[in-house]
Write a protein that binds this ligand. Structure first.
Ligand SMILES: NC(=O)C1=CN([C@@H]2O[C@H](COP(=O)(O)OP(=O)(O)OC[C@H]3O[C@@H](n4cnc5c(N)ncnc54)[C@H](O)[C@@H]3O)[C@@H](O)[C@H]2O)[C@H](O)CC1
Ligand SMILES: [K+]
Length: 522
């Protein structure tokens, strides 16, 4: 396991221990504050020029978040900005009080009322950082609501004040930042759907936390990793070996579709196509066969006997002949026997959509006798049906982890920040997405894509899942950039998977396979 400030996501307790380890090894607290705040001030000046934002209001809290704010205020003042300060809590931590004395010496003014900041073009929020430990008191909450009501750009330092650093909960009320500079390491709240409306644009400030200090603190707990191209590059089934054939690239079977929901089957197939899987078979009700062939000529379409209403009645197949089974899109919940048959197979399986609804009826205990990997890809509604005991909590990171432990399955919980947890304790978070993906059909594409990657990466199921979820999100982002968020239907999304793959995954510098591929083209 290698540690990296860009990938490791921490909770406030880990952040505090990492800070503690850095200070214990000799780094002065004031020096780290100076570094973090100077880097933030530099970034700030690039985004918010003196010409456009000559007058800045800074809210100063009692702790080191307030200390950071004072250093930033000082730098902006020295750069020519007109800076007004407001400090609603009288008792400051020592270092913060020292910073306050120095800015007073420079001539900055602590205003007596919040209203004195109302004519500023922008507010910097240095009220609370990861030290916020309880619900905001009524007077502070009122202040926060007033600042939000001004409808000005608000730049939060480390985290929007009022947001719980771990769960992302709003502790009473919270600053609605338009831009948040997260200091040093990504905190959990940045990936909790609850917190997202309060964080605005988010940016990590690299304050130079070394892998050594990260390892010292993080080695004892399972890592939570923010997926980025560098992280997934080693797992990609690229370059392909020069000498291979289609079955060596894996054979995926997708079990999907009904007369009522034929499109789900097509989209799952298109998702699998996007993975480059060697062989794709798709089992559908007989009536759908010619439709599927017309959309996916490369796939082997297996026509299954149908129920009276057009669902798959039975699977006349030896499921263990395939490398991976993906099951669910468009299936209907009419025939639980299909899911029982899939669960009984010895192969890795991915269950989505109606397969999850049937599993919720059967009970997740059904998974305990499985000999191979199970991947469940619920959205929140499906998750609640599968894990009703966990659905009271809104800490999506925690409950995904718990659900994985309870079920022994890899859980991918869909959301604005999709979270993936494996029973061995691995966790991956997809850092960005597009609301264009909140649309019927995009989940079907993901099911096929996971299936296709898992088929090609049988030794790394959590990574295959994370890779698929990352590229799926990136495809949504790219498609929305070109076509707007309204223009990303399932087929379009599937068509952008290759662009996402190419964009996200730069060729490795010494990629011998890359050279081979170029050779093939010549
Ligand atoms: N990441 C780093 O390595 C660095 C972070 N820095 C900054 O320091 C803060 C964390 O500082 P800390 O002093 O521990 O906590 P806070 O500033 O967030 O505030 C704690 C302060 O507030 C009091 N408090 C807590 N909850 C409430 C409440 N609901 N109402 C009133 N008062 C409350 C608490 O008692 C404390 O006095 C981090 O976020 C960064 O911004 C360093 O500057 C550089 C390195
Ligand atoms: K803050």
């Amino acid at each position: 396991m290698s540690y990296n400030y860009r990938s490791n996501v921490v909770n406030s307790e880990q952040m505090r221990r990492i800070e503690g380890a850095i200070f214990a090894s000799g780094m002065p607290v004031a020096a780290l504050m100076e570094k973090a705040a100077l880097l933030t001030a530099q970034k700030f000046k690039k985004s918010y020029s003196l010409a456009d934002f000559p007058k800045i209001g800074v809210i100063v809290g009692p702790g080191h978040n307030g200390g950071d704010a004072l250093v930033i205020a000082r730098e902006l003042h020295l750069a020519g900005y007109q800076v007004s300060l407001f400090c609603p809590i009288a008792k400051l931590k020592d270092l913060t009080a020292q910073q306050a004395n120095y800015v007073k010496h420079l001539g900055l003014i602590f205003q007596k009322t919040l209203e004195s900041l109302e004519d500023c073009q922008l507010i910097i929020d240095g009220l609370f950082g990861f030290g916020l430990e309880r619900t905001l008191s009524a007077d502070i909450a009122q202040l926060v609501d007033k600042i939000n009501g001004w409808q000005k750009p608000i730049i939060s330092i480390d985290i929007a004040s009022g947001i719980h650093t771990d769960t992302g909960e709003v502790l009473g009320t919270a600053i609605k930042a338009t831009h948040t500079f997260c200091l040093g390491l990504w905190k959990r709240a940045f990936f909790q759907d609850l917190a997202l409306p309060y964080l605005g644009k988010v940016e990590l400030i690299d304050i130079g936390i070394s892998p050594l200090d990260l390892e010292t603190i993080l080695q004892d707990s399972p890592p939570i990793l923010r997926v980025n191209p560098a992280l997934i590059r080693p797992y990609l089934p690229l370059p392909r070996p020069l000498l291979t054939h289609k079955y060596q690239q894996g054979h995926l079977l997708i079990i999907c579709g009904s007369r009522r929901y034929a499109g789900g089957a097509i989209l799952a197939g298109l998702g699998a196509r996007g993975s480059g899987v060697g062989m794709l078979s798709i089992a559908v009700p007989a009536a759908l066969k010619s439709l599927l062939i017309s959309h996916l000529p490369e796939a082997l379409i297996i026509d299954c006997p149908e129920t009276a209403t057009g669902a798959i009645a039975e699977l006349p197949l030896e499921l263990n002949n395939y490398h991976v089974l993906a099951c669910g899109p468009g299936l209907t919940t009419e025939n639980p026997a299909i899911i029982e048959q899939v669960l009984d197979s010895d192969k890795p399986i991915i269950l989505d959509a109606d397969a999850l609804n049937i599993l919720a009826q059967l009970g997740i205990e059904k998974l305990s006798s499985r000999q191979n990997k199970t991947i469940l890809t619920p959205h929140w509604g499906e998750f609640k049906r599968l894990f009703p005991n966990l659905s009271d909590s809104q800490d999506r990171i925690n409950i995904t982890q718990e659900a994985s432990q309870q079920s022994g399955a890899i859980i991918l919980l869909k959301g604005a920040r999709t979270i993936i947890a494996s029973p061995e304790g691995k966790m991956y978070i997809i850092p960005e997405s597009s609301s264009a993906l909140a649309r019927g059909g995009s989940g079907d594409v993901l099911t096929g894509l996971i299936g296709g990657f898992l088929t090609q990466m049988p030794d790394n199921p959590p990574e295959a899942t994370a890779l698929a979820a990352y590229l799926h999100a990136q495809a949504g982002i790219l498609a929305a950039q070109e076509r707007t968020e309204l223009g990303v239907d399932g087929v379009t999304l599937a068509n952008y998977l290759f662009a996402a793959l190419k964009d996200s995954i730069p060729p490795a510098p010494l990629d011998k396979g890359g050279a081979d591929r170029r050779g093939d083209q010549n």
